[in-house]
Design a protein around this ligand. Structure first.
Ligand code: GLV
Length: 328
């Protein structure tokens, strides 16, 4: 009987799929992440054939070496920067992820929620109202920026970037600029989008939304030099990965009012809000910043979709089919 080790609880639909396909399941039942040491010991002792992991499980060469029986790592996430993919592939271990439509919709909606909240100062307004400061209608109170008809720059045209562009163009009449490794003429036609290099996009967009995976080439894609290219009123939204943005540079730009605002769901030194020294909450001191705790894919539908895809990737692989979400 093939054995799947799951590093923390997932929705029941995924467990049911694996069980009815005849897998033996070991589940780490606590709602916490295993340390690298615990993961090494567990894999070495339990010797699973498949590992169902989370983006918070750092799977480096030491972990991979402790698991000689492992054939597949099914990551319950869209991103897979937590896994040393090159070493896994050298060892013949297959990697898969869960970029299902439910996650695409959930992250695109969260990105839009951040965009609207930042433009319309929703968090400031909520704090103001709760603290009993509202004394009557005032035309100068908490004036924000329009979103309708503005120019949106999409950095990274994967499924989530496309989902954001669709909402922006069809729902909010936004002009779409995008940058990616390659052009997509079909996308350009459908949304009237314009392909351009990052530098030009940063200079022209009113709102910039990041949707690139974390790779050596995207680490600190947004830094002091690139921030300087942006409009003084530009808003930046990051629902991709924290280290795509140089946190120190963005703090400097925000304090100097070189850009209009920053909304983020991911942090450079996650789970810390700040890098060094950790957690002085510098970002939280700025009203032009909105933060959410890595919840862009946190809808019931998305979590169930992720559990389904994570289980299906394992079932397909051992059934002799190429998993749909194979990382190459
Ligand atoms: C979340 O960040 C994911 O990669 O699924």
């Amino acid at each position: 009987m093939l054995h799947v080790y799951i590093t923390r609880p997932i929705p029941d639909n995924g467990i049911a799929m694996l069980k009815s396909a005849g897998y033996r399941i070991s589940l780490q039942k606590e709602r916490r992440d295993l340390s690298t040491k615990e993961l090494i010991t567990t894999l070495a002792t339990k010797k699973p054939d498949a590992l169902l992991s989370f983006l918070t499980n750092r799977i480096d060469s030491r972990v991979l070496s402790a698991a000689p029986s492992l054939k597949i790592i099914s990551n319950f996430a869209v991103g897979y920067d937590n896994i040393d993919v090159a070493t896994a592939h050298e060892k013949g271990i297959v990697i898969s992820n869960t970029p299902c439509i439910e996650v695409v919709n959930s992250v695109a909606e969260h990105t839009f929620a951040l965009m609207l909240a930042l433009s319309r100062r929703i968090v400031e307004a909520d704090t103001f109202t709760r603290s009993k400061k509202y004394k009557g209608w005032d035309p100068d109170l908490l004036v924000g920026h329009d979103v309708y008809g503005k120019t949106l720059g999409i950095v990274g045209l994967g499924a989530i970037g496309r989902g954001v562009a669709q909402r922006a163009n069809k729902g909010f009449g936004m002009k779409i600029l995008y940058t990616d490794m390659k052009r997509d003429e079909g996308f350009e036609k459908e949304y009237g989008a314009t392909f351009m290099p990052l530098e030009k996009l940063l200079a022209e967009a009113d709102i910039i939304s990041l949707h690139v995976p974390l790779l050596p080439s995207t680490h600190h894609l947004i830094t002091g030099k690139t921030l300087k290219l942006m409009k003084k009123t530009a808003l930046l939204v990051n629902t991709a990965r924290g280290p795509v943005v140089d946190e120190k540079a963005i703090l400097k730009a925000l304090y100097a009012k070189k850009i209009g605002g920053f909304a983020l769901d991911v942090f450079e030194c996650e789970p810390h809000i700040d890098c060094v020294p950790a957690d002085r909450y510098e970002l939280a001191k700025l009203s032009a910043v909105i933060m959410t705790p890595h919840i862009a894919s946190a809808t019931h539908g998305a979590r169930e979709g992720m559990a389904r895809e994570a289980a299906q990737n394992i079932i397909d692989f051992f059934g002799g089919k190429q998993p749909k979400n194979l990382i190459k």
